[in-house]
Each structure stands twice: as structure tokens, then as C-alpha cells.
Design a protein. Structure first.
Length: 104
């Protein structure tokens, strides 16, 4: 077995946040986020932090979207709106994280 490659100096000590969202559809002007999930990590550090919250989109989730992500109107009924959840997500990320978006 070979030794793992060293972490490039530029990235050593950097904090990364890999995140993904689920939405009510694919057209940003009319669709909304229903879930955000993330993993916060540093290269070479086994410690990980996670963030996952449902978001009440304030609209009915289309059946086609439910087929993709499985999140229903009932599941988000008691969830907070995007503003509150995104403020917590921003705090989770911190001010110096390198953001990695999944399928953006």
C-alpha cells in the first residue's frame, strides 16, 4: 500500500462544506427549496459535522418533484421557511469555508 498523497499546502487547514438541496422543481424563479443537507470537513481529518433540515416552501410540492426526492407536503408542513433555515445553514458553514455544491 502506498502512502496517501500529501495535502496541497493551499488546501491544508481549509474547511470545506459539501452541500445539496432538494427543491419543488428546476426553474429557480418559481420553485423553492424543500431541504438542505451538508457535510463540513477538513482534508485528512476524520471529524465531520453534518447539517440537514427540511424547509417549508410555502407552496404545494409537485408530484413530479416528490417522485425525485420523496419529500412530501406533510413532511414539510411543520418545517420553518427558507429564511430561518438558511440563516442556520450560513452559521453552520462559517465565514471561511470553501463551498462544494452537489449537482449545481
Amino acid at each position: 500500500m502506498t502512502d496517501p498523497k500529501p495535502i496541497p499546502e493551499l488546501l491544508a487547514g481549509s474547511t470545506f462544506v459539501a452541500f445539496d438541496t432538494e427543491t419543488t422543481g428546476l426553474f429557480a424563479p418559481t420553485n423553492r427549496i424543500v431541504e438542505i443537507g451538508a457535510v463540513k470537513f477538513r482534508l485528512g481529518d476524520p471529524h465531520r459535522e453534518t447539517f440537514q433540515e427540511l424547509i417549508n416552501p410555502g407552496m404545494q410540492i409537485p408530484v413530479d418533484a416528490i417522485r425525485v426526492h420523496g419529500i412530501t407536503d406533510l413532511m414539510v408542513a411543520a418545517a420553518e421557511p427558507a429564511g430561518a433555515v438558511l440563516r442556520r445553514f450560513t452559521a453552520f458553514c462559517g465565514s471561511n469555508s470553501i463551498m462544494i455544491a452537489h449537482n449545481a
